[in-house]
Design a binder for this molecule. Structure first.
Ligand code: GAR
Length: 204
């Protein structure tokens, strides 16, 4: 492994960015030591995640479909390339990426999903909808998954999972909060560090 070399990470977001915050805090604390977050890219211009990035001194850009239309993904790719990005972390990024995009970055995109894949995942399952579906089904255990991103929504190789109990009286909001705190904010930084180490070792 090259000493002092770090993987250049872009975090892609759409909303509040609590997972982004967990990544920033883990880098500060040294638990992410093999990578550095150098770019935060949002598809929503008003995402609070962009403010979190600015507060941490990280370059923050918005690339929206409204502004770029059919060139949306090309603009994202150009921005990633200009910033020499090695690894893309999707942290609440609410767009499905095309096959062209995912093929271009094979084993270089990871995503956090708020359920235990293969339950409650795929197209249409995002944010609170995932937790509503889990409560409707009546599962007693749910959780979060970090996986590599390929052309199948939520279908790439699983990297890490953590289970969380569903409690009597849970609402989508209370369940979401417990899954974020007890699973997502832990496994996303841990999986990011793991993938960065593997990239530096040339294992992937
Ligand atoms: C998180 O729960 C994340 O797992 C989910 O959106 C939320 C974003 O929260 N992602 C998906 O549903 C993707 N399919 P955050 O902006 O506070 O990190």
């Amino acid at each position: 492994m090259l000493k002092d070399k770090k993987v250049r990470i872009a975090v892609m977001v759409s909303g509040g960015g609590t997972n982004l915050q967990a990544l920033i805090d883990s880098e500060k604390a040294g638990t992410i030591s093999s990578g550095e977050i150098v770019l935060v890219l949002s598809n929503k211009a008003d995402a609070y995640a962009l403010t979190r990035a600015q507060k941490a001194g990280i370059k923050a850009v918005a690339v929206t479909r409204a502004e770029f239309g059919a060139d949306f993904e090309n603009k994202i790719i150009k921005t990633l390339e200009e910033n020499n990005i090695d690894l893309i972390v999707l942290a609440g990024f609410m767009c499905i990426l095309s096959r062209d995009f995912t093929d271009k970055f094979e084993k270089r995109i990871i995503n956090i999903h708020p359920s235990l894949i293969p339950s409650f995942c795929g197209e249409g399952f995002y944010g609170l909808r995932v937790h509503s579906a889990a409560l409707e089904k009546g599962v007693k255990v749910t959780g979060a998954t970090v996986h590599f991103v390929n052309e199948i929504p939520d279908g790439g190789e699983i990297i890490m999972q953590k289970a969380v109990e569903v409690l009597e009286g849970d609402t989508p909001e209370t369940l979401s909060a417990r899954v974020l705190e007890n699973a997502e904010w832990k496994i996303l930084p841990a999986a990011t560090q793991l993938v960065c180490e593997k990239i530096l070792k040339g294992e992937i």
